[in-house]
Design a protein around this ligand. Sequence first.
Ligand code: MG
Length: 343
Amino acid sequence: MSERTEIASLGEFGLIDHLTRNIELQNASSVVGVGDDAAVIDHFGKQTVVTTDMLVEGVHFDLMYTPLKHLGYKSVVVNLSDIYAMNAIPTQIVISLALSNRFSLEAIDEFYEGVYAACEKYGVDLVGGDTTSSQKGFIISVTAIGEVAPDKFVKRSTAKKGDLLCVSGDLGAAYVGLLFLEREKKIFMESPGVQPDLEGESYVIGRMLKPEARKGIIEFFAQNQVTPSSMIDVSDGLSSEILHICKQSELGCILYEEKIPVAEEMKKAAFKFEIDPTACALSGGEDYELLFTIPQSDYDKLVLNEDISVIGYMTEAEQGAHIITRGGSRHAITAQGWNHLKQ
Ligand SMILES: [Mg+2]
């Protein structure tokens, strides 16, 4: 990039005008968007779901290997994932940034390219936000708003004994992608100039840098009249999310290792680091898949969707939360996951 425009040359209002100049509102519920004291959202008899998430440079992301466009995209997607996890449809976001003068207008434009790409892909409107300066580092706060038909939202606390435990997509790849990025960063820090060797790892790295939220699963539920009895998105690793559902629903569960969906690319990559793919799926995190329970009577509907795996079932609380390994042994699930390597 050759051009550099100081953000100070635009001023705050100039920056807002610049960043929001192409917005066209897509949702009837977006009554007033950017440009007033507050946005106005009318849900026409639906219920509103709200979630917010803050991302801090050096804590949640590393700009050494995170392109700003991907960061903008991911900042939106991780919030939409929480809206979908309520069985709701996201409709609006507001986004606030704190940035130091290290960032030029061109850099922020790249970030917003990712933000708007996510807005377009998921059909949400950016309706407001705030920008401020920071002494150091980049801080991003995104709030997402969604809508759901009255009382069709799905909580974590309402799973029933005997329900099937299900998950979308595949797990563990984002974590292995992060391991590659961290490894290459370390090599680069020790010998600058060495080109990163990430050949053939585009799947796992893509899962880390540019995750997607599971819009299609929520649409599938609506089309097939499936209402999960409980749901959560997988941001911290499968075992941690399973324990949230168990604890909040006051149940136990049985999880089958052989049923946990993992991508071939992830397995190969995990073996390069000599780590167990199951451990990556259980403890890795940042997959943004949906973990949910359904009554056994809905099983026939689920088999229509190749992107959904049944991985276990819910039991009484007294039985605890356990994983049955491929070898047939039984272990308690812990928040850190369960790890072959520790056996
Ligand atoms: Mg969540």
